[in-house]
Design a protein around this ligand. Structure first.
Ligand code: ARG
Length: 464
């Protein structure tokens, strides 16, 4: 077992203690970030005259050799090392000898791991942002193609007023757009470099922290060394934003599961994104949507776990913080997989437009419009509401709908009804007249879709 300490110990660590303490099993994921951080550190050390140029070149060459060999599979990460930092350093020393022992000058694993995690998180904020952008592109395509696809809009899962598929998807566009904005906020806040904070109190070497920050693409160095090594806010914020993404995906999944049910049959999920039953041959299950809904729990779990881990930690670094990794990695993997699969499922899902329109027609989704019609004829809204309430009751008892009543029947309830009522309560009119900003009417939708197109065309990614 390669470990970086031992001078002050007279006994070997108990094997179980060693294993319990070790993190290489999961922090080996930070291999690339660890090398990247060391390259910047060593470059800066030489610039400051702390290392010679010769030492720097030897170290850089060693590091790049290690990276190459691990990448192409010639070198395996040795899991008997305590952590990824120990592995890289031990391997470097094995390769280049004494110069390698100077890599860790003016650095602690505390600022090293803080840097590695930040680099990793920053990269994945950008990755998640990119995946969300693809999801938005698919949503926007469905919107453009379905401004005239009618469906019922619900409140309390009861039919409320007719909307269009474009409008319904438009709601999710807003959600995932906000998720991207969150990614960009988080990115900006986390984009400061903790390297150079040392164990907790900086170092006596003349480190140039501005230099390493800029070499690693950060906006600048962090400004308090104790905070730098013990801050995991950026992970908590990232996990909170990922939880919100999952909450949105889970709501959308729930709707797709309902739409896919035998009762609704609004959609058909592509064969490639459904699964069958081992016993019931007729089944085609929406497993992807269910799994996305289900996996939301574990992402929330990661957030709760890290918040709880952090809540009692005194300044500065404490080993508790090693617990930030597994759950964060798992949450990032989960969200990236979920967004990717969900996007594929949406891209290939078919809509049964006639069923959706038929469903929008029954269930009195045009009752508000019938009341508004009476308002247009001079009836105060509250009275109109009550008249249409009675009309609906009449229809329910007769098993029919407002648009199927004869003019005589309508007039039996209010003499304000005329021939133009049929036009006024048609599905098309109900939707087309809803033209206020944000409404489902085609004119309103067209404007919003234009804005969305411009937004997605913006070259600059939100997070860099
Ligand atoms: N594996 C540790 C972690 O993830 C690295 C930092 C160790 N620092 C220390 N002083 N033991 O937090």
């Amino acid at each position: 077992m390669a470990q970086l300490w031992g001078g002050r110990f007279t006994k070997e660590t108990d094997q179980m203690v060693y294993d319990f303490n070790a993190s290489i099993g999961f922090d080996k994921r930070l291999f690339h970030e660890d090398i990247e951080g060391s390259v910047a550190h060593v470059t800066m050390l030489a610039k400051q005259g702390i290392l010679t140029e010769g030492e720097r070149d030897k170290i850089l060459e060693g590091l790049s050799g290690i990276r190459k060999d691990v990448d192409d599979g010639t070198l395996e990460i040795d899991e008997t090392c305590e952590d990824i930092h120990s592995f890289v350093e031990a391997e470097l020393i094995r390769r280049i000898g004494d110069a390698g022992k100077k890599l860790h000058t003016g650095r602690s694993r505390n600022d090293q791991v803080a840097l590695d995690m930040r680099l990793y998180a920053r990269k994945h904020v950008t990755e998640v942002d990119g995946l969300l952008k693809e999801l938005l592109t698919v949503i926007l395509t469905v919107m453009e193609e379905n401004m005239g696809t009618y469906m019922p809009g619900f409140t309390h899962l009861q039919k409320a007023q007719p909307v269009t598929l474009a409008h319904h998807y438009g709601a999710y566009f807003e959600m995932f757009k906000r998720d991207r904005q969150r990614m960009s906020d988080i990115y900006e806040r986390m984009n400061y470099c903790p390297l150079g904070a040392g164990a907790l109190a900086g170092t006596t070497y003349p480190l140039d922290r501005e230099c390493t920050a800029s070499l690693l693409g950060f906006a600048g160095p962090t400004l308090n060394s104790m905070d730098s090594v013990s801050d995991r806010d950026y992970l908590i914020e990232f996990l909170a934003a990922l939880s919100t993404v999952m909450m949105h995906l889970s709501r959308f999944s729930e709707e797709i599961i309902i739409w896919n049910s035998n009762e609704y049959q609004f959609v058909e999920i592509d064969d490639a994104y459904s699964t069958g039953s081992s016993i019931m041959p007729q089944k085609k299950n929406p497993d992807i949507a269910e799994l996305v809904r289900g996996k939301t729990g574990r992402v929330y779990g990661a957030l709760m776990s890290l918040l709880t881990t952090m809540k009692g930690i005194p300044l500065a670094y404490n080993k508790d913080m090693q617990e930030d990794k597994e759950l964060t990695f798992d949450a990032i993997d989960t969200v990236e997989n979920c967004v990717t699969l969900f996007t594929g499922m949406l891209r290939t899902m078919k809509f049964r437009k006639e069923r959706m329109a038929a469903s929008a027609m029954n269930g009195f989704t045009n009752a508000t419009d019938a009341a508004d019609y009476l308002v247009g004829k001079g009836v105060p809204f509250r009275d109109a509401h009550s008249i249409i309430g009675r009309l609906v009751l009449y229809c329910v008892e007769k098993g029919t709908s407002i648009d199927r009543l004869s003019l005589d029947e309508l007039r039996g309830i209010s003499d304000k009804f005329d021939e133009d009522i049929y036009m006024a309560v048609s599905l098309e009119t109900c939707v087309e007249k809803r033209l206020t900003i944000g409404g489902p009417g085609p004119e309103a939708m067209r404007k919003v879709i234009e804005k969305h197109k411009e937004y997605l065309a913006e070259e600059k990614s939100q997070t860099k």
